[in-house]
Design a binder for this molecule. Sequence first.
Ligand code: IMP
Ligand code: MG
Length: 425
Amino acid sequence: MKEKNVIVAGMQWGDEGKGKIVDYIASKFDAVIRFQGGNNAGHTVYKNDKCYKLSIIPSGVLTTNTINVIGAGCVLDIVHLNNEIEELTKNGAVISPDNLLISSKCNIILSIHKNLDCIHEELRGIDDKIGTTCKGIGPCYEDKVARRGLKLYDLYGETASLKKKIDILLMHHNIIMKGLEKPLYKVEDIISELSIISSLLPYIKDNDKIAEILSNRSMIFEGSQGVMLDNDHGTYPFVTSSNTLPNGIFTNIPDLLSSDDIKNDYMKLGVIKAYTTRVGSGLLPTEETGILGNYLQKQGNEFGTVSGRKRRCGWFDAVSAQYAIKIGKFSHIALTKMDILDGLDKVKICIGYKDKCDDITINDASETIPIYEELDGWGATHHAKSLDQLDNNAKNYIKRIEVLLGIPVVLISTGQENNDIIDLI
Ligand code: IMP
Ligand code: MG
């Protein structure tokens, strides 16, 4: 790879396989940096016959000598992070303040956020719920924007000033608790919940220290979720609460980028599955609820890593992918889970919707009835490591995607193991 830095981000509704792609390229870079989201993200990485589950920890953590940063713009559940470090360590990963740095500017997810996330979902009712991961992501970002959230650096200072900040936070949350006729939160409870921070303190660094450690290093910026879940440009309101687009690095972690970095052209690697999935409610134009949907769900093991929910499945949607490229400015594609479509007689690609509209995210299901193109299926791509191992129909499918999207496919994932990949970079 000739680029110094690369951004890896999802082009669909999350779960595109970004974790595997980041893990695959991580050894070619010095650092992997997360810049948005929290432990709503879920990456499953298969490496050396082991299965690792990553949520908030960047996917470079399984690579020796790679620095991993949970950057500003992320929201951090410190209780969860402790557990994630413990689980990964049990599984053989090596995690220490040498290879995991956390920005002191991250906002903290508290149990009050997780409770509120569940309460909101319950009150919306079965037909209108967002289908969040209930990890407190939305309420934490709400408090951040409303300027009453707690940041990690708030935990360093005087207890009196922390208490005052918690008072301000609870002023808001207790109005809600009162309205719901539920017990009110107490400052002491929040302080005791935060006491777990002591084991994480060695990981937390101010941004100028992180910038110093990262200076002149090559970096992967690891996005979570995907374009269609972006708070401004996704299928609102069925979206997450952060901006998931690659350009988020310029607002969230500008201090980690040198002026040279900003001038240079990055590789903006969009990760996209060879079909489509979504977990949670909202528009999914190519969704198949019958035999094919079930087949993809089973074959692709399409269960949410975080919530265990079944993912909704359907054919590849070139229209939403074209939109993702327009909004996300992707330059290259990593096509994942190609092998899940192996052995099908025919495969379909959505090349248009019956009601044409440039911004598909403001449409509803009745306006996005897919127009399909049918292609012949292929034999086996499973475990393929080079294009020569694919038959012509498999190659045609990839070519057709490249033509429809107008940017090159440079990585093709053909199985769950780290080396099940065709690398054309
Ligand atoms: P939240 O991010 O937990 O608030 O959930 C909002 C929506 O985004 C729900 O539909 C979730 O299922 C979805 N979502 C959040 N994170 C991910 C992810 O990492 N992969 C897939 N879907 C996600
Ligand atoms: Mg996931």
